[in-house]
Design a protein around this ligand. Structure first.
Ligand SMILES: [Fe+2]
Length: 370
């Protein structure tokens, strides 16, 4: 049995300036966002080529946006790409290093073979996606109205550079949604049938760190997160390694139609489904690894085992809002449509569920949160 794959070289630095050198920047193309460029990259020489993803459309990656970014990068001479940003930036950059790719949709449909042409260095500025250590990219496929993940060794970054100070300017709402996404990566990968003893260690440590950070924020106020930025960033990296090996499941699967149709950011959409899916798992199969998971969470949260997911929900909603699904524009008829979309388009993820969820159970989760 394979226990763990990790070909990305991971390093930590205090600041970007400590990491950057003339040698590194020579031949580099930087992919980032306008905000990060203004906050952290003003010290760079103006001749350093840079592409900001938000010049090609707001929000998370779509196939058409990535196609435009690929066309733009072809205007620059470069022999490596440095992606500095959240999941959007890193996921776009992963397809920008693919040899000869013109239309991003062709990567997702399997029309274009995935071969990496250039080294990719990823520097995360959020504490959620774990994209810096995974071979996964996720984009909205505009023709299908849903998001789809693509996993392939050619998408694995060569270097992941962790710099906690880059999280400082992340406002509380995206911070919370990112950290909740990482908590979900850790929890879903822990229960995945593909998990190993090694990935489960990383998942559990990520869960402990994130929940402890949230408890501190709930007790002392959300600014307390500034004392824990390194803990949140490394937890997100642990969770990324774990889910890069073991996968994520139904929480992500149920969130993709909501995210794809109503443009709800990834972590926010996942937050909607996390405890509902895990309560359903717990009711159906409270033994085995689920029992181990709830034992650990019960210890951290100091609550009975059968209350852990409700307790997590309570902790999270004290830190960030969880509105009903209809507030995003979802309609009653979407409950059926989203369920069918999950059953038809997300089998890659549903295969990682702790126990199988039926069509009726998925529909019931959408209905309860509607
Ligand atoms: Fe995620």
């Amino acid at each position: 049995m394979n226990l763990l794959n990790m070909s990305t070289h991971i390093q930590q630095f205090d600041t970007l300036a400590h990491y950057f050198s003339d040698e590194l920047l020579n031949g580099a193309l930087i992919v980032t966002s306008t905000g990060i460029k203004g906050s952290y990259l003003s010290f760079l020489k103006s001749e350093t080529p840079m592409i900001c993803h938000d010049q090609f459309g707001k929000g998370e990656p779509t196939d058409t946006k990535i196609t435009q970014m690929i066309a733009e990068k072809n205007k620059y001479d470069h022999d490596k790409i440095i992606a500095i940003g959240g999941g959007t930036v890193m996921d776009c950059a992963k397809l920008m290093v693919i040899e000869g790719l013109v239309d991003a949709e062709d990567a997702f449909t399997g029309k274009h073979p995935l071969v990496k042409a250039l080294p990719l260095i990823c520097i995360p500025t959020t504490c959620g996606t774990g994209s810096e250590v995974t071979a996964v990219t996720v984009a909205e496929l505009t023709q299908l109205n849903t998001k789809k993940g693509l996993s392939h060794p050619a998408l694995q970054p060569d270097e992941a550079i962790l710099i906690p100070e880059l999280l400082k300017d992340l406002p509380i709402k995206p911070f919370m949604h990112a950290a909740i996404d990482a908590l979900i990566h850790a929890s879903e990968s822990y229960l995945s049938p593909k998990a190993s003893n090694l990935t489960r260690i990383l998942s559990l440590e990520a869960i402990r760190k994130i929940l402890k950070g949230f408890q501190q924020m709930a007790f002392h106020g959300v600014e307390k997160r500034m004392d824990f930025l390194d803990e949140f960033l490394i937890a997100s990296c642990y969770a990324g390694i774990a889910f890069g090996n073991a996968g994520v499941g139904a929480v992500h699967a149920l969130s993709y139609p909501l995210g794809g149709t109503y443009h709800v950011p990834h972590g926010e959409a996942n937050f909607q489904f996390f405890t509902a899916v895990f309560n359903c798992y717990y009711e159906k199969a409270p033994s085995g690894n689920m029992n181990e998971l709830v034992k650990v969470i019960a210890q951290v949260l100091d609550c009975p085992k059968n209350h852990v997911f409700n307790r997590i929900d309570h902790l999270l909603v004290t830190l960030t809002a969880k509105p009903p699904l209809k507030s995003y524009g979802m309609t009653e008829s979407d409950i059926e449509a989203f369920t069918q979309s999950v059953m038809n388009e997300q089998q890659r993820l549903l295969a990682n569920n702790y126990v199988a969820l039926s069509e009726e159970e998925i529909k019931a989760i959408y209905s309860a949160l509607y």
